[in-house]
Design a protein. Structure first.
Lengths: 371, 516, 540
């Protein structure tokens, strides 16, 4: 059963729709609070964000990632198409592998980041935070390729934490332990195909499970059943936010402004400025942003993203960063108290040349901090 | 495989030949590859009926005089059969006006209009010279770079030097439409109709469309025959111009290979490495210059995948909706145009009896229809040049507007019906035209596209409009004749300063390549 | 009766009132003269049907009103409240529609219903329009420079504009150059694929303009409608509580509190000029008032062709005034309704009905409406911008009844070159009503009263020459330093002591109040008085 027909005339009656896991989320949602993520209802916290965070770090946290925007790329030119679209060399992502990537406009500014799943030879799925169909279609000029957005046709769960592998094994996914990081594989799940990728947004052992929406609730049930003795917990977006900042992952719209939305072009960032220079491969031919990025590489970037380790326990959210002599250096984009490191940490975008390694900076003009 | 000294020019149209001649004169090894059996593209003189010849581009009014001199076109075979033609504005009742470079005569014309015409010519010529002054200029980019600032400063100075009143008038009218300007200046409908047509030939606009003052100025921006916008007819048709250019290029050492269509532009990594012909032959070159229109160059010959998507989108967005059809009639005798003497048949005849008529004609093409009552620019070049037709016979050559490239009904269906519309139109002015006609050829924008590989059948290779001019032509940041691919250049009318047999785009491109 | 003032403002429209208020605030003794018995000009609410019905008779929605003016004249204190309206719908002939919902996700899904790709392209489109808005907004409360002048002030202003343009960065400069010269139809083609999506965006490119969607220059007209805001939400439009007259009333309240005086009921017969200086005005009723500063809020032709002695003016100047492009292209129907009409395409009770509704499906259909205007007749299949303010503001009608404001385009100032006849006015009204009836069967039965306004009525009543709602076309020849005329863009008339403050001057119409404010700044500068006019706020 498809939960929602998003193109029906009466879609406007509800601003958001229940996800395929909604019934189960509702059972777990003790706080009875709901937030919005794109077209879906999402849970900020089921019972306590901090405890959910610890479930993710120490046992297993389950997070509904159905609202992620998904595109299927097929056709004879799928690979050359993606190689022109993405800054990284997509030919290095073999079938059955997943790669993280960013894509840029011709100014070399990041439009979005996401993951590329090489589902089978020549068939790719791109997962991203923002809607991309206009840009992806623009990129098809000159390529024999098909792009379909299938966000609503795939339900997905992130199963993250040290016991995740054992739980999936107990659930009956034989051989899951052989799946290497950034690998993907398929299982039969009660007569339907279940895709499992060893990917995640937490920096820990973790998997993402992809299945048709009709089987979503059943998947959830089997998963929680298998995990009941291994500390499985439903996890909300607040906990995930803690996990991803701790892992140093960036989030579109938070740590950078997607280039398609940025009214002020100066507010956008290049891959280099986000610390993602390793995703820019100049040795692969033409790609969007190549000329601008080549120039930036030669002339230097205007910003860079740094991870801050902040003295004391002051929260750093929304802070400005200054140098010791009170010159504006940049802004904190994401911040948290890290329960793992027992430290106040943050991601910050600093104007070059501030914040080169080991330099000391001031936060909001007081608390000294060390990078 | 890349030969770093070799330069290949795709397309032997007039701009490609000009570019070739300048590059060869500077000592470069140049090969021009032309798909057709003869050079010249849409300027070539072709036999359209046994013994009858005509060229699609039929009047010379923009040819750059420096190019003419530099390439010694006269000693390379160019001679002018007639120059400084008057424009005769026809009315269906046989009345007509004779519009010259500085005066207009005709029945029913008020002295106010006559005086206003002098003033109109004064300020329009002056403003056209501002536009014309830009023709031999590589468009600046808008940056704080020194060269760009100097060029922009010079342009501002040129406008300032118009003097306060004329500068104000220039800034006021440059962006608007010819209908308003004519209405401000004249009363006579025939005069206004004919003058409005000058602004609209070859464009997707009507008299009320803003931009049409600019296109009027562009048409007048030549320094060809002593007066702004004055028209000439080369002996032997427009092909004589391109033949002379080809001779100049060959004499300077360029190799011209006709009958050699290009299949694709070759790449070696990020650098252009030559071209491959449809017969499979490859010609290595580190520099490839395309005289083809920008869309054909990038989308068809290079492949959109070899450029960034943002650039491909911009190229794809270039407006190039051709609207002008070309009519060639083989006549066994001079036709009788109502109210005109035989002598007058050698002038440029215009059917555009009023601005409203022209606007109505334009309305159709907005919806993919051809004009029910088209406008036309007619010449009978054989009056001046008997070589174009058998003894005593004549050739009529006319631009007929509006005939949209995308005809809703499709041209295979619509062409015959449009031919009838065109004959009905001509018959209203020259009642014996049908009986004098022994053969005819009507080239719709679709025909022009397939015959001359012009996207949209547009003779400017892209609409000439303020948003596609100077540093915006063909697309921003590539207006300096350089494509964003190492070694690839544009030299056609799709670049600044646009079409009309001018040659400036070819020369500017050559200068950019030589300065490298 | 003879009286001496420091300044006389002719025409108590919103710009005149703004101008007068700033002059009065600077301590000047100001007289406002108004031909009608009511103030506000086209910014007016009148009771036209029965006592408890209020109409925004001419202008009907608010967005462009400069927030700087709103705040510095303290208009909230004088009762002004601008309420944003949610939604907007473009209804197609095939019974479908596209709605613009307040919620961003719903809005995106609604576009996606027609084209998935266009839903996403909307993000890029909104971004690019917003970039243009941010750029132009900073110039609205500035006097245009004279590009032919070598005066330091003009040179500095030119440099300022150049510097601000350069700040955009190279790519955006090119985008801007293209945007200002393109047609809205071509511009939309670069973003969208679906005809209904394009149609839903295209109307703003022609409202108030004698251009078609395919005419180059209409992308700017769209910007003119997008550069306003309600509470910082750029591009949003709202209702003034109690109708647009509330804006004029608030301005009048402020003007009066600063000591300004108003005389209504008699128009200006002539501006008195002595020894090349403006000295005062003579009213139609014979009253004379004197002042060394005379400010006209009337249209350019009305000011110079009707209210001045040609002997006081240069013939060359008069020729230019006669060539000023002020072509009516709009009409309006104000309709009192017995109940809410039911548009069959829209879901029952749809929130979309609270916003503006359009009955159009393609840019081509809109262009055909323009062709009729060119041929000298009102559009047989017109473009309408239709609102039901009483859904948002219940103070306007008795409970359960509704007021519908129908802005119509295209309506020529003359029919086939001849003055409108009453019969034609009626036929025009029927054309519009019949069109609405097609989309909302039963609509006709709800009509209690209709007020039909063609350019004739607009001109006769509120003095908008040829019924042009912007007091002059918004084309390149009449924008910035060209508005109203080259060499006269700095609010000074050709006669000393005489100024212009109407929408004929830069930056144009749309109930913006910027011309009135800018003119006041110039006047106060000439008199070496303390400036009371605020600088423009820069958006962050």
């Amino acid at each position: 059963m498809r939960t929602v027909n998003f193109s029906q005339h009466d879609h406007y009656r509800n601003a958001v729709f229940p996800s395929p896991f909604h019934a189960r989320q509702k059972e777990h949602n003790q706080l009875r609070e709901w937030s919005r993520w794109s077209d879906y209802l999402s849970v900020p916290a089921y019972w306590c964000a901090d405890m959910e965070y610890f479930a993710g770090r120490n046992a297993c946290g389950v997070f509904d990632i159905t609202p992620m925007v998904k595109h299927l790329v097929t056709g004879p030119d799928a690979l050359p198409y993606l190689n022109r679209l993405m800054t990284r060399d997509v030919s290095k992502i073999k079938p059955g592998r997943v790669g993280y990537s960013v894509w840029c406009n011709e100014q070399g500014r990041v439009i979005d980041d996401g993951t590329i799943f090489h589902l089978e030879e020549g068939v790719y799925r791109i997962c991203s935070q923002e809607h991309q169909i206009d840009w992806f279609m623009t990129n098809t000029l000159g390529f024999d390729v098909n792009i379909v957005e299938d966000t609503h046709d795939v339900a997905a769960l992130a199963v993250q934490g040290p016991t995740s592998c054992a739980i999936l094994k107990d659930m009956g996914l034989q051989g899951i332990e052989d799946l290497t990081p950034f690998g993907l594989t398929y299982f039969d799940f009660e007569g339907t195909q279940l895709m499992v990728s060893r990917t995640g947004y937490t920096g820990d052992l973790g998997y993402e499970l992809w299945i048709g929406p009709d089987h979503a609730e059943r998947l959830w049930d089997r998963l929680f059943d298998a995990g009941k003795h291994r500390g499985i917990k439903a996890m909300g977006s607040d906990a995930l936010e803690l996990l991803r900042i701790e892992a140093g992952f960036i989030l579109a719209g938070v740590d950078f402004l997607p280039a398609m939305e940025a009214v002020r072009p100066s507010h956008t960032r290049s891959p280099f400025e986000l610390g993602l220079g390793w995703l820019v491969h100049f040795d692969k031919g033409v790609f969007n942003g190549r000329r601008a990025l080549q120039e930036e590489k030669e002339k230097g970037s205007r910003f860079h993203l740094v991870k801050l380790d902040i003295d004391g326990n002051k929260p750093a959210n929304q802070s400005f960063v200054f140098t010791k002599d009170e010159k504006f250096a940049g802004t904190v984009t994401s911040a948290m108290w890290s329960p793992s490191a027992k430290a106040s940490i943050a991601l910050a975008s600093l104007e070059a040349p501030h914040g080169k390694s080991d330099s000391r900076l001031e936060l909001q003009g007081h608390s000294p901090l060390q990078q | 495989m890349t030969d770093s000294r070799n330069i290949v020019i795709i397309g032997g149209g007039h701009n490609g030949l000009v570019c070739a001649a300048y590059l060869a004169k500077a000592g470069r090894k140049v090969t021009v590859v032309e798909a057709a059996a003869q050079v010249g593209g849409a300027a070539a003189t072709r036999e359209f009926a046994p013994g009858y010849r005509a060229s699609v581009a039929h009047l010379l009014y923009l040819l750059d005089q420096e190019i003419n001199k530099d390439l010694a076109l006269e000693s390379n075979g160019l001679s002018i059969a007639a120059s400084g033609l008057d424009t005769v504005a026809l009315a269906a009742d046989g009345n007509h006006l004779t519009i010259g470079a500085d005066s207009v005569e005709g029945a029913g014309l008020s002295s106010e209009d006559k005086a206003a015409y002098k003033e109109y010519r004064r300020f329009m010529s002056k403003f056209a010279a501002v536009i014309g002054g830009l023709h031999n200029q590589v468009p600046p980019r808008i940056t704080y770079e020194r060269n760009d600032l100097i060029t922009l400063g010079k342009l501002a100075l040129k406008v300032r030097l118009l003097g306060r009143d004329d500068m104000r008038e220039f800034l006021r009218i440059a962006g608007i439409n010819i209908h308003d300007i004519l209405k401000e200046n004249f009363d006579n409908p025939l005069l206004k109709g004919a003058l409005s047509m000058d602004a609209l030939l070859g464009t997707f606009s009507g008299p009320r469309s803003n931009n049409s003052v600019f296109t009027a100025l562009h048409r007048m921006s030549g320094n060809n025959a002593g007066a702004a916008g004055a028209v000439s007819i080369p002996a032997g048709g427009m092909g004589a111009v391109t033949d002379a250019l080809a001779a100049a290029a060959t004499r300077a050492g360029a190799e011209i290979r006709t009958g050699s269509p290009v299949k694709q532009i070759l790449m070696d990594g990020m650098q252009v490495s030559g071209v491959e012909l449809t017969n499979g032959e490859q010609i290595a070159a580190a520099t490839v210059v395309s005289n083809a229109d920008p869309r054909t160059t990038i989308m068809d010959l290079l492949g959109a995948r070899n450029v960034e998507a943002g650039f491909a989108r911009k190229i794809n967005n270039i407006r190039a909706k051709g609207n002008a059809a070309k009519l060639h009639l083989a006549l066994d005798d001079l036709p009788g145009f109502k109210g005109l003497s035989q002598e007058q048949l050698g002038q440029r005849l215009v059917i555009a009896p009023s601005v409203e008529y022209v606007e109505l004609a334009f309305n159709h093409c907005k919806y993919g229809e051809y004009s029910a009552h088209p406008v036309a620019e007619i010449t009978i070049p054989s009056v001046h040049d008997s070589s174009l037709a058998p003894d005593g016979k004549h050739v009529l050559s006319a631009i007929v507007q509006y005939a949209p490239h995308e005809l809703g009904a499709g041209w295979s269906e619509g062409k015959d019906a449009f031919m009838k519309v065109v004959f009905d139109l001509l018959s209203a002015y020259a009642p014996d035209i049908r009986e004098k006609t022994v053969a005819s050829e009507l080239l719709t924008p679709q025909d022009l596209e397939s015959e001359f590989r012009l996207t949209g059948g547009h003779w400017h290779h892209g609409e000439l409009a303020l948003d596609q001019f100077l540093m915006l032509r063909p697309v921003p940041k590539s207006a300096q004749y350089r494509a964003p691919v190492d070694g690839l250049y544009f030299c056609g009318a799709g670049c600044h300063p646009g079409g009309g047999i001018m040659g400036s785009a070819g020369r500017n491109a050559a200068n950019v390549i030589l300065a490298k | 009766m003879t009286k001496k003032y420091d300044a006389i403002v002719i025409g108590a429209g919103h710009n005149g009132l703004t101008n007068g208020a700033y002059l009065a605030k600077a301590g000047m003794k100001v007289l406002m003269v108004e031909k009608n018995d009511f103030i506000g000009g086209a910014t007016v609410s009148l009771e036209l049907y029965k006592d408890d019905w209020k109409y925004s008779n001419c202008s009907y929605v608010c967005s462009l009103l400069r927030p700087e003016v709103y705040r510095s004249l303290n208009l909230a204190k004088y009762g002004l409240q601008i309420v944003p309206y949610g939604g907007s719908a473009t209804i197609a002939q095939n019974g479908d529609y596209i709605g613009s919902y307040v919620d961003p996700d719903v809005a995106r899904r609604e576009v996606a219903r027609h084209s998935h790709r266009d839903a996403d392209a909307t993000v890029r489109y909104d971004r690019d329009i917003m970039r243009q808005c941010r750029f132009i907004r900073q110039f609205l409360l500035r006097t245009p420079p004279d590009p032919t002048s070598f005066k330091p002030r003009d040179l500095l202003e030119m440099m300022y504009m150049g510097k601000e343009a350069m700040k955009l960065g190279e790519d955006l400069i090119y985008d801007t150059m293209r945007f200002y010269t393109m047609s809205i139809s071509d511009f939309l083609d670069e973003y969208f694929e679906n005809p209904l999506v394009k149609a839903s965006h295209s109307g703003s490119g022609i409202i108030g303009s004698a251009l078609g969607v395919m005419s180059p220059g209409t992308a700017y007209v769209l910007l003119h409608h997008a550069m306003g805001d309600v509470d910082g939400s750029m591009g949003a439009w709202g209702f003034a509580r109690g109708g647009m007259g509330a804006i004029a009333d608030a301005m009048q309240g402020c003007f009066t509190e600063y000591g300004g005086q108003t005389v209504t009921g008699s128009g200006v017969k002539q501006i008195i000029v002595k020894n090349g200086r403006a000295k005062g005005v003579v009213l139609e009723n014979g009253d004379e008032y004197f002042a060394d500063v005379v400010v006209s809020n009337l249209t350019l032709p009305r000011t110079f062709l009707e209210c001045m002695d040609p002997k006081d003016l240069d013939p060359g100047f008069l020729k230019k005034v006669r060539n000023f492009k002020i072509r009516g292209s709009s009409g309006k129907l104000n309709i009192a309704l017995d109940g809410l009409p039911r548009f069959t395409a829209l879901p029952e009770g749809s929130e979309l009905a609270r916003g503006d509704m359009h009955l159009i499906d393609s840019t081509e259909r809109l262009e055909r409406a323009y062709d009729d205007w060119k041929n000298g007749i009102w559009s047989q299949d017109p473009y309408i911008d239709m609102l039901i303010p009483s859904l948002t503001d219940p103070t306007m009608t008795p409970p359960g009844k509704h007021f519908m404001s129908v802005f119509v385009q295209y309506v020529p100032p003359k029919v086939h070159g001849k003055d409108w006849t009453d019969d034609q006015v009626h036929q025009f009204g029927q054309t519009v009503i019949n069109q609405i009836e097609e989309y909302a069967p039963g609509f006709k039965d709800l009509i209690l009263h209709v007020e039909i306004r063609t350019p004739r009525e607009l001109e006769d009543e509120v003095g908008l020459t040829a019924g042009n709602i912007f007091q002059g076309e918004l084309t390149m020849d009449q924008l910035l330093f060209n508005r109203p005329l080259p060499g006269f863009a700095q609010y000074r008339g050709p006669v000393r002591g005489m100024y212009m403050c109407g929408s004929s001057t830069s930056p144009g119409g749309g109930v913006m109040a910027a011309p009135g404010a800018n003119a006041a700044r110039e006047i106060l500068g000439d008199l070496r008085k303390t400036n009371t006019v605020p600088e423009g706020w820069l958006d962050d």
